[in-house]
Design a protein around this ligand. Structure first.
Ligand SMILES: *[C@@H]1O[C@H](CO)[C@@H](O)[C@H](O)[C@H]1NC(C)=O
Ligand SMILES: *[C@@H]1O[C@H](CO)[C@@H](O)[C@H](O)[C@H]1NC(C)=O
Ligand SMILES: *[C@@H]1O[C@H](CO)[C@@H](O)[C@H](O)[C@H]1NC(C)=O
Ligand SMILES: *[C@@H]1O[C@H](CO)[C@@H](O)[C@H](O)[C@H]1NC(C)=O
Ligand SMILES: *[C@@H]1O[C@H](CO)[C@@H](O)[C@H](O)[C@H]1NC(C)=O
Ligand SMILES: *[C@@H]1O[C@H](CO)[C@@H](O)[C@H](O)[C@H]1NC(C)=O
Length: 675
């Protein structure tokens, strides 16, 4: 062989090797990505105080029998969790609870009893149990908790769920919060993604420590951050809150190596308060939360009181902790796109058929409810209208609208189609009421018949007609009845107190810090006056009725006015109705006076309501409150009239109400269509 030939051969060998390596990389990538492919089986390594689940993609280490996640090894990162935290402070479940009359306490739900539920090549499921009995007294929450972890073959992550239980006769407790907390490597995960339009480089925990706390400790002005360009911004974890219905995937991206860490919640059935309940997601830490229940954006109006020794059991989850990775050359945004794809896969696999607990029913042990919802409001239309895109759900039997305060039961919600048709699948067996509300229509709907769901049942309700609150023709209205204050005037915040993420984002403008303070800038001496027919609620109706800042930490109650004219043609007898829907209330009292601002006794008062704190937490709504206020015609006059709306409690700058919608109705019309 001549020299040239030899070197050619060497080149050829090299080339073959090169292709081989590329092929191998591609193949291993395929294995890495495949769902049920010929990937490695799942293995469980049992050690004295820790259990390690490994499927060749991810390795998860759990303390035993405590059941905390102490390590997650992935894609060459020895532990994506913060190794500088002690083992019990990396990945854990906890509850905030108290016995009535006592201070709140945290319980980390440390397991005392470890069991392997399932162990084969396709799946490993582990159980870490904590049991309570009377000899425990109130040293731990009166709960039995069974924390479960599942690893599956070829799946790039770990499933978490837990069965919470209280037995008959157990002592009373309040349980204000249940969550999973995961704390990631500070040095690696800097980019956070909550949704397509809420993603950013986040400050470091030390930036918050060196910063300047604002009106409350959660909000910090970053004065000297590690990443220079974040200087002068405000950080507050509540700016990253999300409604349950939109909280399906959130998490963090590490730049080196390019790895994503995601919390995927495939269903809302186990979450408290229904689809509109807001809660925390991810925040500086880097911290990833899975909130099952909390009093955020609801306060103690959410029923967290476990009483009278009533037995209770609930399965929370499964949720999926998902990890993904790309080469350093690819665009990090693809990790977010892939996380969303994985989220869809999880949502479409719900309810899962692989959890081993008897308490988690698979699809064939669940039922279906369907029907069509119409709206009957003869002042809008002679014939019932489609309840287009109505939210329809099953929740524990209760009063009208009670679902938004229910934290103990399961809830199953869907959005109807344009024609009001709804199909609710995979409902757990039990007793429910059917609830609904319709975007653009005021009030709350409840179907009065208790619905019994049995395994495999198919309940067809046919056509249901919701008759919303309505006594007479609309004389004027302010806002859109959609349970939020988003359509009203949301001011710009101070240039010195911005979160730059929300600049130029009209949909998230309300998430800026300090907006409540702007009221006193815009209305320094005189309160808001709204003239129907002339004013425009997008510009002229401030999103929250808060007290006026008088300086020196004193605040003054505010009275807003609605001016309107009653024309000659309007009947002068019979009763008018003022329909008032509130989107939020915090330590507030709304008083309504008619044409007499100084009347000693208001015509109507809510008395003290609300603890949802949605103004301070940058929510554009909290809980929904609805009032139908009867207004006898003698209180009004022909020509100009004024409704005075006073929010009389002024202790807190962030106390106040947000309106959803206000409507004045004339006296009922007598006409051919009236029975
Ligand atoms: C337990 O009871 C004692 C005595 O009543 C009380 O001081 C303590 O706060 C209680 N702890 C909890 C967590 O409720
Ligand atoms: C009650 O709990 C204590 C402490 O967890 C345990 O030592 C005891 O065996 C339990 N008693 C019963 C009857 O289960
Ligand atoms: C916001 O929009 C204005 C006007 O379009 C532009 O000048 C400014 O740079 C934008 N700011 C951010 C942070 O995107
Ligand atoms: C502010 O309030 C304090 C305590 O109530 C009072 O002593 C002080 O005079 C007030 N200052 C002004 C400028 O009103
Ligand atoms: C009108 O309101 C008064 C209370 O002010 C009430 O007594 C009366 O029954 C109402 N009339 C009708 C027709 O609803
Ligand atoms: C009623 O109010 C309108 C608008 O505020 C005003 O122009 C008009 O003069 C008022 N009419 C009377 C009779 O006061």
């Amino acid at each position: 062989m001549d020299k040239v030939g030899a070197s050619r051969l060497r080149w050829l060998t090299l080339l073959i090797w090169f292709f081989f390596i590329v092929k191998l990389a591609a193949a291993s990538r395929k294995i890495f990505q495949s769902e049920n492919g010929k990937s490695l089986g799942v293995r469980l390594h049992k050690h004295h105080h820790r259990m390690v689940m490994d499927n060749g993609l991810v390795q998860v280490t759990l303390s035993s029998p405590g059941g905390d996640i102490t390590g997650i090894q992935y894609n060459g990162i020895h532990n994506v969790l913060e190794t500088r935290n002690r083992e019990g402070n990396r990945g854990y479940w906890d509850v905030v609870w108290n016995s009535p009359g006592n201070h709140i306490a945290y319980d980390r739900l440390k397991g005392t009893d470890f069991n392997v539920i399932m162990e084969d090549e396709d799946q490993v499921e582990l159980s870490f149990k904590k049991s309570w009995n009377f000899t425990n007294g109130n040293s731990s929450a009166p709960l039995n908790v069974d924390k479960r972890y599942i690893m599956r073959r070829g799946s790039s992550g770990v499933y978490l769920y837990a069965i919470f239980e209280r037995l008959e006769g157990w002592p009373d407790m309040d349980m204000d919060q249940i969550r999973i907390v995961l704390k990631l490597q500070n040095d690696k995960f800097h980019f956070m993604a909550i949704s397509d339009d809420r993603q950013r480089i986040m400050p470091m925990p030390r930036d918050r420590i060196s910063g300047e706390p604002l009106a409350y400790p959660e909000a910090v002005l970053l004065t000297n951050p590690t990443t220079r360009q974040l200087g002068g911004e405000v950080d507050d974890k509540y700016q990253y809150s999300c409604e349950n219905k939109d909280n399906r995937v959130h998490g963090w991206i590490s730049e080196n190596p390019q790895v994503g860490f995601w919390m995927i919640t495939p269903s809302d059935e186990f979450r408290a308060g229904g689809p509109l309940k807001q809660d925390l997601t991810s925040h500086v830490g880097p911290t990833v939360l899975c909130m099952f229940t909390s009093t955020h954006y609801s306060g103690k109006d959410l029923n967290t009181k476990y009483r009278n020794g009533r037995p209770w059991k609930k399965v929370l989850g499964p949720v999926f902790v998902y990890l993904n990775s790309i080469s350093s050359l690819e665009d990090p945004k693809t990790l977010w796109e892939d996380a969303k794809d994985q989220m869809s896969i999880e949502v479409n696999s719900w309810p899962y058929n692989f959890p081993q607990s008897e308490d988690f029913p698979s699809s064939d042990r669940r039922g279906t409810v369907s029907g069509q919802l119409l709206v009957g409001d003869r002042y809008i239309s002679d014939k019932p209208m489609w309840a287009s895109y109505a939210y329809v759900g099953l929740a524990a039997p209760g009063g009208v609208g009670s679902w938004q305060r229910d934290a103990m039961g399961y809830q199953f919600w869907v959005q109807a189609n344009e024609e009001g048709h709804f199909l609710i699948e995979n409902i757990r067996a039990g007793h429910y009421n059917l609830y609904a509300w319709v975007p653009g229509i005021v009030g709350d709907c409840r179907y009065d018949v208790i619905i019994h769901i049995q395994p495999g049942c198919d309940v067809q309700l046919g056509v249901l007609v919701y008759e919303p609150p309505r006594n007479g023709p609309t004389l004027w209205q302010i806002g859109i009845p959609d349970r939020t204050a988003a359509e009203f005037f949301v001011p710009d915040t101070y240039p010195t107190l911005m979160n730059k993420l929300f600049i130029n984002q009209s949909t998230h403008k309300f998430r800026q810090y300090g907006l409540w303070e702007r009221y006193s800038d815009l209305y320094p001496k005189h309160d808001l006056i709204y003239t129907t027919g002339i004013s425009n609620y997008h510009q002229d109706w401030f999103f929250a009725q808060v007290p006026r800042n008088m300086g020196n930490h004193t605040y003054q109650a505010t009275t807003w006015q609605i001016k309107f004219e009653i024309e000659n043609a309007t009947p002068r007898t019979g009763n008018y109705t003022l329909q008032v829907a509130l989107a939020s209330a915090s330590a507030s009292e709304l008083q309504v006076r008619l044409n007499d601002r100084r009347a000693k006794r208001p015509h109507f008062r809510t008395r003290l309501i609300g603890r949802d704190n949605a103004i301070a937490r940058h929510g554009i709504h909290g809980l929904y409150w609805f009032y139908s206020i009867n207004v006898p015609s003698r209180l009004l006059r022909q020509g100009n009239n004024t409704v005075y709306l006073t929010q009389s409690r002024s202790k807190s700058p962030v106390g106040g109400i947000m309106y959803d919608y206000i409507r004045l109705e004339g006296p009922p019309e007598t006409g051919p269509s009236v029975e």
